[in-house]
Design a protein around this ligand. Structure first.
Ligand code: PMP
Ligand code: GLN
Length: 384
Protein backbone atom coordinates (compact mmCIF):
# COMPACT_ATOMS: atom_id res chain seq x y z
CA UNK A 1 0.00 0.00 0.00
CA UNK A 2 1.27 3.50 -0.82
CA UNK A 3 2.29 5.48 2.23
CA UNK A 4 0.82 9.00 1.96
CA UNK A 5 2.69 11.72 3.75
CA UNK A 6 0.64 14.13 5.84
CA UNK A 7 1.73 17.78 5.75
CA UNK A 8 2.21 19.58 9.03
CA UNK A 9 -0.80 21.90 9.16
CA UNK A 10 -0.30 25.63 8.67
CA UNK A 11 -3.74 26.14 10.26
CA UNK A 12 -3.86 23.52 13.02
CA UNK A 13 -6.72 25.18 14.90
CA UNK A 14 -8.93 25.56 11.84
CA UNK A 15 -11.77 23.13 11.16
CA UNK A 16 -14.60 23.14 8.63
CA UNK A 17 -16.43 26.47 8.49
CA UNK A 18 -19.59 26.80 10.58
CA UNK A 19 -21.46 27.79 7.38
CA UNK A 20 -20.69 24.41 5.82
CA UNK A 21 -21.43 22.54 9.05
CA UNK A 22 -24.84 24.16 9.62
CA UNK A 23 -25.92 24.09 5.96
CA UNK A 24 -25.08 20.37 5.81
CA UNK A 25 -26.98 19.72 9.04
CA UNK A 26 -29.98 21.63 7.64
CA UNK A 27 -29.90 19.55 4.45
CA UNK A 28 -29.59 16.27 6.38
CA UNK A 29 -32.58 17.07 8.60
CA UNK A 30 -34.69 18.85 6.00
CA UNK A 31 -34.59 21.97 8.23
CA UNK A 32 -35.31 25.48 6.96
CA UNK A 33 -31.85 26.88 6.36
CA UNK A 34 -31.48 30.34 7.91
CA UNK A 35 -27.85 29.61 8.80
CA UNK A 36 -25.45 30.37 5.93
CA UNK A 37 -26.12 33.85 4.55
CA UNK A 38 -27.47 33.55 1.03
CA UNK A 39 -30.70 34.76 -0.56
CA UNK A 40 -33.28 32.21 -1.76
CA UNK A 41 -34.85 34.56 -4.31
CA UNK A 42 -33.70 35.22 -7.87
CA UNK A 43 -31.22 37.69 -9.28
CA UNK A 44 -32.86 40.52 -11.28
CA UNK A 45 -33.65 39.04 -14.73
CA UNK A 46 -32.21 42.21 -16.30
CA UNK A 47 -28.81 41.40 -14.80
CA UNK A 48 -29.07 37.76 -15.90
CA UNK A 49 -29.90 38.96 -19.43
CA UNK A 50 -26.84 41.19 -19.45
CA UNK A 51 -24.61 38.31 -18.32
CA UNK A 52 -26.07 36.01 -20.99
CA UNK A 53 -25.74 38.71 -23.65
CA UNK A 54 -22.04 39.22 -22.98
CA UNK A 55 -21.35 35.48 -22.94
CA UNK A 56 -23.21 35.05 -26.23
CA UNK A 57 -21.35 37.98 -27.74
CA UNK A 58 -18.13 36.10 -27.05
CA UNK A 59 -16.58 37.98 -24.11
CA UNK A 60 -15.36 34.72 -22.67
CA UNK A 61 -11.58 35.13 -22.50
CA UNK A 62 -9.39 36.71 -19.83
CA UNK A 63 -10.34 40.17 -18.63
CA UNK A 64 -7.60 42.72 -17.86
CA UNK A 65 -5.69 41.85 -14.65
CA UNK A 66 -7.15 44.64 -12.50
CA UNK A 67 -10.62 44.38 -14.00
CA UNK A 68 -12.47 45.83 -16.97
CA UNK A 69 -12.08 49.62 -17.23
CA UNK A 70 -15.84 50.10 -17.60
CA UNK A 71 -16.51 48.30 -14.32
CA UNK A 72 -13.70 50.04 -12.46
CA UNK A 73 -15.06 53.38 -13.68
CA UNK A 74 -18.58 52.46 -12.52
CA UNK A 75 -17.23 51.49 -9.08
CA UNK A 76 -15.25 54.73 -8.78
CA UNK A 77 -18.32 56.74 -9.83
CA UNK A 78 -20.55 54.99 -7.28
CA UNK A 79 -17.98 55.64 -4.54
CA UNK A 80 -17.70 59.31 -5.51
CA UNK A 81 -21.47 59.77 -5.53
CA UNK A 82 -22.11 58.00 -2.24
CA UNK A 83 -19.03 58.93 -0.24
CA UNK A 84 -17.59 62.02 -1.91
CA UNK A 85 -14.13 60.59 -2.55
CA UNK A 86 -12.60 60.15 -5.98
CA UNK A 87 -10.60 56.98 -6.56
CA UNK A 88 -8.69 56.69 -9.82
CA UNK A 89 -10.22 53.70 -11.64
CA UNK A 90 -6.93 53.00 -13.42
CA UNK A 91 -4.79 52.77 -10.32
CA UNK A 92 -7.00 52.55 -7.24
CA UNK A 93 -9.79 50.05 -8.02
CA UNK A 94 -9.37 46.27 -8.55
CA UNK A 95 -12.13 43.79 -9.37
CA UNK A 96 -11.87 40.58 -7.33
CA UNK A 97 -13.39 37.10 -7.07
CA UNK A 98 -15.76 38.11 -4.27
CA UNK A 99 -14.81 40.00 -1.14
CA UNK A 100 -13.12 36.87 0.23
CA UNK A 101 -10.36 37.10 -2.36
CA UNK A 102 -10.04 40.85 -1.83
CA UNK A 103 -9.66 40.29 1.93
CA UNK A 104 -7.11 37.49 1.49
CA UNK A 105 -5.15 39.63 -0.97
CA UNK A 106 -5.19 42.71 1.27
CA UNK A 107 -4.00 40.76 4.31
CA UNK A 108 -1.28 38.97 2.33
CA UNK A 109 -0.16 42.29 0.88
CA UNK A 110 0.25 43.97 4.24
CA UNK A 111 1.04 41.45 6.97
CA UNK A 112 4.58 40.23 7.63
CA UNK A 113 5.93 37.85 10.29
CA UNK A 114 5.36 39.09 13.84
CA UNK A 115 2.97 41.85 12.76
CA UNK A 116 -0.12 42.19 14.92
CA UNK A 117 -3.56 42.51 13.36
CA UNK A 118 -6.46 43.85 15.39
CA UNK A 119 -9.71 42.03 14.71
CA UNK A 120 -13.07 42.83 16.31
CA UNK A 121 -14.82 39.71 17.54
CA UNK A 122 -17.34 38.27 16.91
CA UNK A 123 -15.55 38.28 13.55
CA UNK A 124 -16.40 36.87 10.14
CA UNK A 125 -14.31 33.75 9.70
CA UNK A 126 -12.02 34.69 6.80
CA UNK A 127 -9.90 37.32 8.60
CA UNK A 128 -7.71 35.40 11.06
CA UNK A 129 -6.56 32.47 8.83
CA UNK A 130 -4.68 34.59 6.25
CA UNK A 131 -3.08 36.57 9.10
CA UNK A 132 -1.77 33.27 10.52
CA UNK A 133 -0.60 32.07 7.10
CA UNK A 134 1.49 35.26 6.86
CA UNK A 135 3.08 34.60 10.26
CA UNK A 136 1.13 37.48 11.81
CA UNK A 137 -0.65 37.52 15.16
CA UNK A 138 -4.39 38.16 15.41
CA UNK A 139 -5.25 40.30 18.45
CA UNK A 140 -8.92 40.53 19.36
CA UNK A 141 -11.04 43.39 20.69
CA UNK A 142 -14.46 42.24 21.81
CA UNK A 143 -17.87 43.52 20.80
CA UNK A 144 -20.51 42.38 23.28
CA UNK A 145 -24.26 41.85 23.24
CA UNK A 146 -26.69 43.47 23.12
CA UNK A 147 -25.34 46.46 21.16
CA UNK A 148 -21.94 45.14 19.94
CA UNK A 149 -20.47 48.67 19.92
CA UNK A 150 -16.69 49.00 19.92
CA UNK A 151 -15.09 49.86 23.25
CA UNK A 152 -12.48 52.38 22.12
CA UNK A 153 -10.55 52.28 25.40
CA UNK A 154 -10.12 48.54 24.95
CA UNK A 155 -9.06 49.07 21.34
CA UNK A 156 -6.43 51.61 22.40
CA UNK A 157 -5.07 49.12 24.93
CA UNK A 158 -4.71 46.45 22.23
CA UNK A 159 -2.97 48.64 19.65
CA UNK A 160 0.80 49.12 19.80
CA UNK A 161 3.88 49.61 17.60
CA UNK A 162 3.48 46.12 16.17
CA UNK A 163 -0.10 46.70 14.97
CA UNK A 164 0.19 46.60 11.20
CA UNK A 165 -3.48 46.30 10.34
CA UNK A 166 -6.91 46.88 11.90
CA UNK A 167 -9.77 44.94 10.32
CA UNK A 168 -13.24 46.42 10.64
CA UNK A 169 -16.61 45.33 9.25
CA UNK A 170 -19.60 47.66 9.08
CA UNK A 171 -22.50 46.83 8.72
CA UNK A 172 -21.33 43.99 10.92
CA UNK A 173 -21.70 40.26 10.41
CA UNK A 174 -22.90 38.57 12.62
CA UNK A 175 -24.33 41.28 14.93
CA UNK A 176 -26.12 43.49 12.37
CA UNK A 177 -24.67 46.61 14.06
CA UNK A 178 -23.78 49.65 11.94
CA UNK A 179 -20.84 51.76 13.09
CA UNK A 180 -21.55 55.44 13.72
CA UNK A 181 -19.67 58.40 12.33
CA UNK A 182 -18.12 58.81 15.80
CA UNK A 183 -16.83 55.23 15.69
CA UNK A 184 -15.15 55.91 12.37
CA UNK A 185 -13.59 59.09 13.75
CA UNK A 186 -12.24 57.21 16.78
CA UNK A 187 -10.70 54.67 14.43
CA UNK A 188 -9.27 57.46 12.28
CA UNK A 189 -7.52 59.01 15.32
CA UNK A 190 -5.91 55.66 16.18
CA UNK A 191 -4.77 55.16 12.60
CA UNK A 192 -3.28 58.63 12.42
CA UNK A 193 -1.40 58.20 15.68
CA UNK A 194 -0.08 54.66 14.96
CA UNK A 195 0.25 54.54 11.18
CA UNK A 196 -1.64 51.20 11.11
CA UNK A 197 -3.45 50.22 7.92
CA UNK A 198 -7.15 49.42 7.87
CA UNK A 199 -9.02 46.69 6.04
CA UNK A 200 -12.59 47.96 5.94
CA UNK A 201 -14.87 45.09 4.97
CA UNK A 202 -17.99 46.82 3.66
CA UNK A 203 -19.79 43.95 1.94
CA UNK A 204 -23.14 44.98 3.46
CA UNK A 205 -22.72 48.65 2.44
CA UNK A 206 -26.11 48.63 0.65
CA UNK A 207 -28.05 46.87 3.42
CA UNK A 208 -28.67 49.50 6.12
CA UNK A 209 -32.01 50.15 7.86
CA UNK A 210 -34.22 52.73 9.58
CA UNK A 211 -32.71 55.69 7.77
CA UNK A 212 -29.21 54.99 9.16
CA UNK A 213 -26.22 55.70 6.94
CA UNK A 214 -23.32 53.52 5.98
CA UNK A 215 -20.15 55.40 6.98
CA UNK A 216 -17.59 54.04 4.56
CA UNK A 217 -13.90 54.45 5.39
CA UNK A 218 -13.85 56.33 2.06
CA UNK A 219 -15.65 59.26 3.73
CA UNK A 220 -12.79 60.10 6.10
CA UNK A 221 -9.69 61.71 4.62
CA UNK A 222 -6.99 60.22 6.86
CA UNK A 223 -8.77 56.90 7.24
CA UNK A 224 -9.19 56.52 3.48
CA UNK A 225 -5.47 57.21 3.05
CA UNK A 226 -4.70 54.12 5.16
CA UNK A 227 -7.52 51.82 4.04
CA UNK A 228 -8.26 49.01 1.66
CA UNK A 229 -12.06 48.85 1.32
CA UNK A 230 -13.60 45.56 0.21
CA UNK A 231 -17.05 45.02 -1.28
CA UNK A 232 -19.19 42.23 -2.71
CA UNK A 233 -21.56 42.23 -5.69
CA UNK A 234 -22.73 38.85 -4.39
CA UNK A 235 -24.27 40.58 -1.37
CA UNK A 236 -25.58 43.66 -3.12
CA UNK A 237 -27.21 41.89 -6.08
CA UNK A 238 -28.16 38.63 -4.28
CA UNK A 239 -25.78 36.63 -6.46
CA UNK A 240 -23.47 35.08 -3.86
CA UNK A 241 -22.62 32.23 -6.24
CA UNK A 242 -21.06 34.63 -8.75
CA UNK A 243 -18.21 35.45 -6.33
CA UNK A 244 -17.67 38.94 -7.71
CA UNK A 245 -16.40 41.87 -5.64
CA UNK A 246 -13.81 44.60 -5.56
CA UNK A 247 -11.21 46.47 -3.54
CA UNK A 248 -10.44 50.18 -3.50
CA UNK A 249 -7.35 51.76 -1.96
CA UNK A 250 -4.96 54.67 -2.51
CA UNK A 251 -2.54 54.14 -5.37
CA UNK A 252 0.59 53.09 -3.43
CA UNK A 253 -1.39 50.53 -1.47
CA UNK A 254 -3.27 49.28 -4.52
CA UNK A 255 0.01 48.85 -6.44
CA UNK A 256 1.17 46.34 -3.81
CA UNK A 257 -2.29 44.73 -3.63
CA UNK A 258 -2.19 44.04 -7.37
CA UNK A 259 1.20 42.32 -7.11
CA UNK A 260 -0.50 39.67 -4.98
CA UNK A 261 -3.80 39.71 -6.87
CA UNK A 262 -2.12 38.89 -10.18
CA UNK A 263 -0.63 35.67 -8.81
CA UNK A 264 -3.59 34.67 -6.72
CA UNK A 265 -6.21 34.85 -9.48
CA UNK A 266 -4.78 37.14 -12.20
CA UNK A 267 -8.21 38.32 -13.33
CA UNK A 268 -11.86 37.50 -12.67
CA UNK A 269 -14.96 36.50 -14.63
CA UNK A 270 -15.05 38.61 -17.78
CA UNK A 271 -18.68 38.50 -19.01
CA UNK A 272 -19.99 39.18 -15.51
CA UNK A 273 -17.76 42.25 -15.26
CA UNK A 274 -19.38 43.65 -18.40
CA UNK A 275 -22.85 42.90 -17.07
CA UNK A 276 -22.12 44.51 -13.68
CA UNK A 277 -20.65 47.61 -15.33
CA UNK A 278 -23.91 48.20 -17.23
CA UNK A 279 -26.07 47.35 -14.24
CA UNK A 280 -24.28 49.80 -11.92
CA UNK A 281 -25.13 52.65 -14.28
CA UNK A 282 -28.64 52.77 -12.78
CA UNK A 283 -28.22 53.75 -9.12
CA UNK A 284 -31.68 52.39 -8.27
CA UNK A 285 -30.21 48.92 -8.67
CA UNK A 286 -28.16 49.36 -5.49
CA UNK A 287 -30.14 52.08 -3.69
CA UNK A 288 -33.27 49.88 -3.59
CA UNK A 289 -31.50 47.04 -1.81
CA UNK A 290 -31.80 48.49 1.74
CA UNK A 291 -35.61 49.01 1.63
CA UNK A 292 -36.09 45.54 0.13
CA UNK A 293 -34.20 43.92 3.02
CA UNK A 294 -35.71 46.23 5.63
CA UNK A 295 -39.16 44.94 4.60
CA UNK A 296 -37.92 41.35 4.99
CA UNK A 297 -36.40 42.10 8.42
CA UNK A 298 -39.68 43.69 9.55
CA UNK A 299 -41.70 40.79 8.16
CA UNK A 300 -39.57 38.26 10.05
CA UNK A 301 -39.75 40.22 13.32
CA UNK A 302 -43.53 40.62 12.98
CA UNK A 303 -43.94 36.92 12.27
CA UNK A 304 -42.02 36.21 15.50
CA UNK A 305 -44.36 38.29 17.66
CA UNK A 306 -45.46 36.29 20.70
CA UNK A 307 -42.38 34.05 20.61
CA UNK A 308 -40.04 33.64 23.59
CA UNK A 309 -37.04 34.68 21.51
CA UNK A 310 -35.91 38.24 22.30
CA UNK A 311 -35.29 40.50 19.32
CA UNK A 312 -33.12 43.60 18.99
CA UNK A 313 -33.80 44.65 15.36
CA UNK A 314 -30.71 44.49 13.11
CA UNK A 315 -29.47 47.92 11.95
CA UNK A 316 -27.99 46.45 8.77
CA UNK A 317 -26.88 43.20 6.97
CA UNK A 318 -29.37 40.43 6.29
CA UNK A 319 -28.91 38.78 9.67
CA UNK A 320 -31.17 38.99 12.71
CA UNK A 321 -29.91 37.93 16.13
CA UNK A 322 -32.38 36.20 18.45
CA UNK A 323 -31.72 35.73 22.17
CA UNK A 324 -33.04 32.43 23.59
CA UNK A 325 -32.27 32.93 27.29
CA UNK A 326 -35.96 32.48 28.21
CA UNK A 327 -36.07 29.15 26.37
CA UNK A 328 -32.87 27.26 27.17
CA UNK A 329 -29.67 27.35 29.18
CA UNK A 330 -27.79 25.24 26.62
CA UNK A 331 -24.65 26.52 24.88
CA UNK A 332 -25.18 28.29 21.56
CA UNK A 333 -23.65 25.42 19.59
CA UNK A 334 -25.80 22.82 21.36
CA UNK A 335 -28.97 24.89 21.09
CA UNK A 336 -28.39 25.64 17.38
CA UNK A 337 -28.00 21.91 16.77
CA UNK A 338 -31.16 21.09 18.75
CA UNK A 339 -33.08 23.79 16.89
CA UNK A 340 -32.00 22.31 13.56
CA UNK A 341 -32.51 18.65 14.37
CA UNK A 342 -35.62 18.77 16.58
CA UNK A 343 -37.39 21.95 15.53
CA UNK A 344 -36.44 22.24 11.85
CA UNK A 345 -34.75 25.68 11.72
CA UNK A 346 -31.00 26.06 11.12
CA UNK A 347 -29.14 29.13 12.43
CA UNK A 348 -25.57 30.09 13.32
CA UNK A 349 -24.30 30.20 16.92
CA UNK A 350 -22.62 33.59 17.46
CA UNK A 351 -20.17 32.10 19.99
CA UNK A 352 -18.09 30.52 17.21
CA UNK A 353 -17.12 33.97 15.89
CA UNK A 354 -15.17 34.69 19.09
CA UNK A 355 -11.61 33.39 19.61
CA UNK A 356 -12.78 31.82 22.91
CA UNK A 357 -16.46 30.88 22.74
CA UNK A 358 -18.61 33.45 24.58
CA UNK A 359 -21.99 32.23 25.71
CA UNK A 360 -24.53 35.03 25.27
CA UNK A 361 -27.45 32.75 24.25
CA UNK A 362 -27.71 34.35 20.84
CA UNK A 363 -28.22 32.78 17.43
CA UNK A 364 -27.95 34.43 14.00
CA UNK A 365 -30.76 33.96 11.47
CA UNK A 366 -30.48 34.97 7.80
CA UNK A 367 -33.64 36.75 6.63
CA UNK A 368 -32.58 37.09 2.97
CA UNK A 369 -35.41 34.69 2.21
CA UNK A 370 -38.81 34.53 0.57
CA UNK A 371 -41.60 35.65 2.99
CA UNK A 372 -43.07 32.11 2.92
CA UNK A 373 -39.73 30.70 4.12
CA UNK A 374 -39.58 33.32 6.89
CA UNK A 375 -43.19 32.68 7.91
CA UNK A 376 -42.64 28.89 8.16
CA UNK A 377 -39.44 29.40 10.16
CA UNK A 378 -41.17 31.87 12.52
CA UNK A 379 -44.03 29.38 13.10
CA UNK A 380 -41.53 26.73 14.19
CA UNK A 381 -39.63 29.18 16.41
CA UNK A 382 -42.85 30.36 18.05
CA UNK A 383 -43.64 26.78 19.08
CA UNK A 384 -40.66 26.79 21.47
N1 PMP B 1 -17.17 39.64 4.60
C1 PMP B 1 -18.31 39.39 5.27
C2 PMP B 1 -18.56 40.14 6.54
C3 PMP B 1 -19.23 38.47 4.81
O1 PMP B 1 -20.35 38.25 5.49
C4 PMP B 1 -18.96 37.80 3.61
C5 PMP B 1 -19.99 36.80 3.20
N2 PMP B 1 -19.91 36.15 2.14
C6 PMP B 1 -17.77 38.08 2.92
C7 PMP B 1 -16.89 39.00 3.45
C8 PMP B 1 -17.39 37.40 1.65
O2 PMP B 1 -18.04 37.92 0.53
P1 PMP B 1 -17.97 37.19 -0.89
O3 PMP B 1 -19.05 36.17 -0.89
O4 PMP B 1 -18.17 38.28 -1.89
O5 PMP B 1 -16.62 36.55 -0.99
N1 GLN C 1 -21.10 35.31 4.41
C1 GLN C 1 -21.96 34.21 4.60
C2 GLN C 1 -22.45 34.19 6.05
O1 GLN C 1 -21.98 34.93 6.89
C3 GLN C 1 -21.33 32.86 4.38
C4 GLN C 1 -20.38 32.69 3.28
C5 GLN C 1 -19.73 31.33 3.38
O2 GLN C 1 -20.42 30.32 3.41
N2 GLN C 1 -18.46 31.31 3.52
O3 GLN C 1 -23.31 33.42 6.32
Amino acid sequence: MTQHSVPSSKLPQTGTSIFTVMSQMAAECGAINLSQGFPDFPVDPALIDLAAKYMKEGHNQYAPMAGLSALREAIAEKTRRLHGRTYNPETEVTVTAGATQAIFTAITTLVKEEDEVLIFSPAYDCYAPPVLLCGGKPVFAELRAPDFCPDWDEVKRRVNRKTKLIIINTPHNPSGTVWTEDDMRELEKIVVSTGAFVLSDEVYEHIVFDGAEHHSAARFEALAAHSVITASFGKTFHATGWKMGYAIAPEALMREFRKVHQYLVFCVNHPLQRALADYLADEKNYLNVSPMYEARRDYFIKALEGSRFKVVPAQGTYFQLLNYSEISKKSEVKFAEELTRKHGVASIPVSVFYPQPQEQRILRFCFAKHPDTLASAAEKLKAL
